[in-house]
Design a protein around this ligand. Structure first.
Ligand code: 13P
Ligand code: SF4
Length: 366
C-alpha cells in the first residue's frame, strides 16, 4: 500500500504522548538502519529523538559520515538536500514534512543568480574576478552554480574561513542569500562598510551603478532571515539598562547593528558553547531562535544562569516547527513497513556540482 496523504491525516489526530511511544517503538524496530539528525531549532518533542544534534555544519558532517540506510532529517529542506548530496548513493535522506523550507533560502533562486552573473559580466569578468559564495541555507541548484563557477558554500560557523579562501583566489565575492551573514563576517575581517554593496534582485543590475560594482569587494544579496530580523538594537539597550552585567550573544543572521552591540557573535553551536562555558550565575541575552534559547535556559538554570530571548515578541522559525512528532512518527512507521516517504533526492548532475562546492567548504572549515 502506498503511503498516502490520507494516511498522514490519521497521524495528525494522534496526541504527542501517543506519538512518543510509537516513535520509540519504530526506532527500536529499525535499529541502526536509521539515524535521526536534529537541528538545534527543533521543538523539544522532536529534538529528544535525535541521535545527533548540531548546527548545519556539524549535521552535514554527520550525514557524510553516517552509515545508516535512512537519514531522517529533523531540520529544513536544504539540510536534507545536503545530507543526500554528501551521503552514499544507496543511503536515503528523508524530510518528515516537505513544507519545512527556509524563507531565507527562497529569497535566492537559480534564475535570479544567473541573471546577476550575466549582468555583472557587463561590468567585470565574473569568472575571473568574483567568487560566488552561497550560504548553506540555499537550494541545491545554487550550490551547484557555485561548484560550476569556482565558488563555495559556507555556514555561519565557517563563513570567515570561506571568505578568506575566496579572497585568496579572486578580488570580489558575490554572497547569497543572506546579506547579514556576509556583512557581519566581512566586517569582522576588517572590511569597511563602504566596500560592500547590496544587490537588489528585483532591480536591473541589482540597482547598482557600474562604478559601485567595480569598487565593491563584496556584493551582498538582499536576503534575510525573518526570525533573526526581529531582533533590534533597542532590545539590547533595554536589557543592558536593566542588567548592566549581562552578556549578549547573537547569531550572525541578525542585523549589523545588533551584532555590533553584542558581546559575542556566532553560529548556534558557538552560542551553545559560549553559554555552557560561562561562569555560574551569568545572565545572557540571546539573539537566535526561541526553541534553542528556551532549551539553553532549562539546561543551565541549575547553575544559576539566566538565559533570555532577545525579542519581546515570540518568534520561532515556523518552518523548523513544521517537523512535529506526528510527521516523525508517520515517517518512521512507514520505514518499518518498508515504505520510504518524503525522500529528498537531488538530481545526479546537480548533486555532483553541488558536492564540489560543499567539499571545498569542508576542506577549509575549522
Ligand atoms: P546554524 O548553522 O548556526 O545552525 O544556523 C542555521 C540556521 O538556519 C540559522 O537560522
Ligand atoms: Fe531559515 Fe531563518 Fe528558519 Fe534559519 S531560522 S531555517 S534562516 S527561516
Amino acid at each position: 500500500m502506498a503511503a498516502t496523504a490520507e494516511a498522514l491525516d490519521i497521524y495528525s489526530h494522534l496526541d504527542d504522548a501517543a506519538c512518543e511511544a510509537r516513535i520509540l517503538a519504530a526506532r527500536e524496530a529499525l535499529g541502526e538502519r536509521v539515524v535521526i539528525l536534529g537541528h538545534h531549532y527543533q521543538r523539544e518533542e522532536v529534538f529528544r529523538h535525535a541521535d545527533f544534534s548540531g548546527d548545519s555544519l556539524k549535521l552535514s558532517r554527520q550525514a557524510a559520515s553516517s552509515s545508516a540506510e535512512y537519514i531522517v532529517f529533523c531540520g529544513v529542506h536544504f539540510m536534507a538536500e545536503v545530507a543526500d548530496i554528501l551521503s552514499r548513493p544507496d543511503q536515503v535522506s528523508i524530510l518528515p514534512d516537505m513544507a519545512a523550507g527556509c524563507s531565507m533560502a527562497d529569497m535566492a533562486d537559480l534564475a535570479r543568480v544567473e541573471r546577476a552573473w550575466r549582468e555583472l559580466a557587463e561590468v567585470l569578468e565574473p569568472d575571473e574576478q568574483v567568487t560566488p559564495v552561497t550560504y548553506i541555507n540555499s537550494a541545491a541548484d545554487l550550490k551547484a552554480f557555485c561548484g560550476r563557477h569556482g565558488g563555495i558554500v559556507c555556514t555561519s560557523t565557517n563563513a570567515r574561513h570561506v571568505l578568506e579562501w575566496a579572497y585568496g583566489r579572486r578580488d570580489k565575492v558575490l554572497f547569497f542569500p543572506d546579506q547579514h551573514l556576509g556583512r557581519n563576517t566581512a566586517h569582522a575581517m576588517g572590511m569597511p562598510l563602504e566596500e560592500m554593496v547590496v544587490w537588489d534582485y528585483d532591480l536591473p543590475m541589482g540597482g547598482l551603478s557600474a562604478e559601485q560594482i567595480r569598487k565593491a569587494r563584496i556584493i551582498l544579496w538582499k536576503g534575510f532571515c525573518s526570525v533573526h530580523q526581529m531582533f533590534r538594537p533597542e532590545h539590547i539597550d533595554a536589557f543592558k539598562a536593566r542588567y548592566p552585567e549581562a552578556k549578549v550573544v547573537s547569531h550572525p543572521e541578525a542585523s549589523f547593528e545588533v551584532c555590533q552591540k553584542s558581546d559575542y557573535v556566532g553560529s548556534t553551536e558557538f552560542i551553545i558553547r559560549t553559554v555552557r562555558d560561562s561562569a555560574p550565575g551569568t545572565r545572557w541575552l540571546v539573539g537566535t531562535e526561541l526553541n534553542l534559547v528556551n532549551r539553553l535556559h532549562q539546561q543551565y538554570k541549575h547553575e544559576g544562569k539566566n538565559v533570555h530571548f532577545m525579542s519581546p515578541t515570540v518568534c520561532m522559525c515556523s518552518t523548523m516547527f513544521r517537523i512535529d512528532p506526528q510527521h516523525l512518527c508517520w515517517t518512521l512507521e512507514n520505514l518499518v513497513e518498508g515504505r520510504v516517504v518524503n525522500r529528498i533526492q537531488v538530481p545526479a548532475e546537480e548533486a555532483a556540482q553541488a558536492r564540489l562546492a560543499l567539499e571545498r567548504m569542508l576542506e577549509v572549515s575549522p
